[in-house]
Design a protein around this ligand. Structure first.
Ligand code: KE4
Length: 426
């Protein structure tokens, strides 16, 4: 149980709301979907967060993905400390950029060339501009419920916080721009085929989360990703995998390694920065060489390739490789899934897991796309979330997010989670 009340967090949140919209720097953190107020973190270590009132939480948010080794892993802290002594930002070339590019090329073979940026949003935004510049076409195809960051062209039927807060189509996006985005149901091969039959000469790219994780978590059905690859091959459109969440998490090479489909461009983020600001996009050299200064598509960034972010990301990726972190996460994941299924029993809950990502939909399921996910009961999820939080287990504060665990989470913590989850269903 939470040992203490959360007065200090409550006081800080009241103060935060006078300073920042909704008191937060990113909407989902405001707990609007689950009620109550967010706790303010004082420190994070391994699988745990500690709030300013001294309460400890087992963390299944893992800062939305980056903390794959748990919080403040020693190799990453050491690397950041060492890098900081050499300077915080150079604004010119340095060797860590080459090391990171080589590392990501070796982990993700579809990446022949890469460019570093500072967020997943920047990565996906750059991918679609590059696709439009390379193909000379304007139409972008995305899937309902997929979230690719707050990119104007992609905040159309989007997931994550946009969905959580009930605005999958954001205000402020010009209708003329949104009209260049086509949204389709995920896993719906006939719908994609029909769109390409009608508009294939105008389509610059398809962008998708190969494993959608921003409307809860669901999986591509056999043949779906293959069909997207086929349609792009026969139309000149590019296939863009948004692996900001799945990249270097589901496997060294992300979802594209697991499903064996090679996209033309990949967006990365989160894990590759070790917890520091980061994003990256890369793929076929002939496409990437359209980027300035080589080509006509402009893209830039003051802190792109920042030495501390790269030092943190390289240390995290090297440690994952050293301990074979992906195999450990899969072993832990099978154990967690089994214990959670025992807790769920026959309750109308649909549990999805892949690797170290999982989601409990408060609907009997099946959940194969955005509209299925929307059949979940957000009130029931909110009650479940609050009950778990009172017992010191912190899930993502929205039905339309995905939970993560790290190599720092123990099997004993999973057993305790299953007990907490069982009581939370009552
Ligand atoms: P950022 O700009 O937040 O670094 O990345 C955007 C992004 C792009 N693509 C995918 C697949 C993503 O999941 C994200 C961001 N994920 C959310 C969590 N669902 C970040 C949490 C938040 O917005 O506060």
């Amino acid at each position: 149980m939470r040992k203490n009340a959360t007065q200090k967090s409550a006081r800080l949140f009241s103060q935060a709301k006078t300073l920042m919209p909704g008191g937060v720097n990113s909407p989902v953190r405001a707990f609007r979907a689950v009620g109550g107020h967010p706790f303010f973190v004082k420190s994070a270590q391994g699988s745990k967060l500690t709030d300013v009132d001294g309460n400890e939480y087992l963390d299944y948010v893992c800062t939305w993905g980056p903390a794959i080794l748990g919080h403040a892993p020693r190799p990453v802290i050491r690397a950041v400390r060492a890098a900081a002594h050499n300077g915080l930002s150079f604004g010119t070339c340095h060797e860590l950029e080459i090391q990171m590019a080589q590392t990501l090329q070796s982990l993700v073979p579809s990446i022949e060339k890469i460019r570093m940026v500072n967020s997943g949003t920047e990565a996906t935004m750059s991918c679609i501009r590059l696709a439009r510049g390379f193909t000379g076409r304007d139409i972008i195809v995305k899937f309902e419920g997929c979230y690719h960051g707050h990119v104007d062209s992609l905040l159309v039927r989007a997931g994550s916080g946009a969905l959580t807060n009930g605005h999958p189509d954001s205000a402020g996006v010009p209708k003329a721009l949104a009209a260049l985005t086509r949204t389709l149901p995920f896993n719906d091969v006939p719908a994609v085929r029909e769109l390409f039959r009608k508009e294939k000469r105008s389509i610059a790219a398809i962008i998708l989360e190969p494993v959608p994780a921003n409307a809860g978590l669901y999986l591509p059905e056999p043949g779906f990703l293959e069909e997207l690859r086929h349609l792009c091959n026969h139309s000149g459109a590019l296939l863009i995998f948004d692996e900001v969440m799945t990249g270097c998490r589901l496997a060294p090479g992300g979802a594209q390694e697991i499903f064996g489909i090679q996209p033309d461009l990949t967006a990365l983020g989160k894990v590759i920065g070790g917890g520091l600001p980061i994003g990256a996009f890369g793929g076929r050299a002939d496409i990437m060489d359209c980027l300035s200064p080589e080509g006509p598509v402009y893209q830039a960034g003051t802190l792109s390739g920042n030495p501390l972010s790269l030092a943190a990301g390289l240390a995290q990726l090297q440690e994952l490789q050293r301990i074979d972190g992906w195999r450990r996460l899969e072993r832990k994941g099978r154990h967690l899934e089994q214990t959670l299924r025992e807790s769920i029993g026959k309750k109308p809950i649909c549990l999805h897991r892949i690797g170290s990502m999982f989601c409990l939909f408060f609907t009997p399921g099946p959940v194969r796309n955005f509209s299925d996910a929307q059949k979940s009961n957000p009130q029931a999820f909110g009650k479940f979330f609050r009950s778990c939080l009172r017992q010191g287990v912190y899930f993502p504060p929205s039905q339309f997010e995905t939970a993560f665990f790290s190599t720092a989470h123990s099997l004993e913590e999973f057993e305790n989670t299953a007990r907490v989850v069982a009581t939370a269903f009552k």
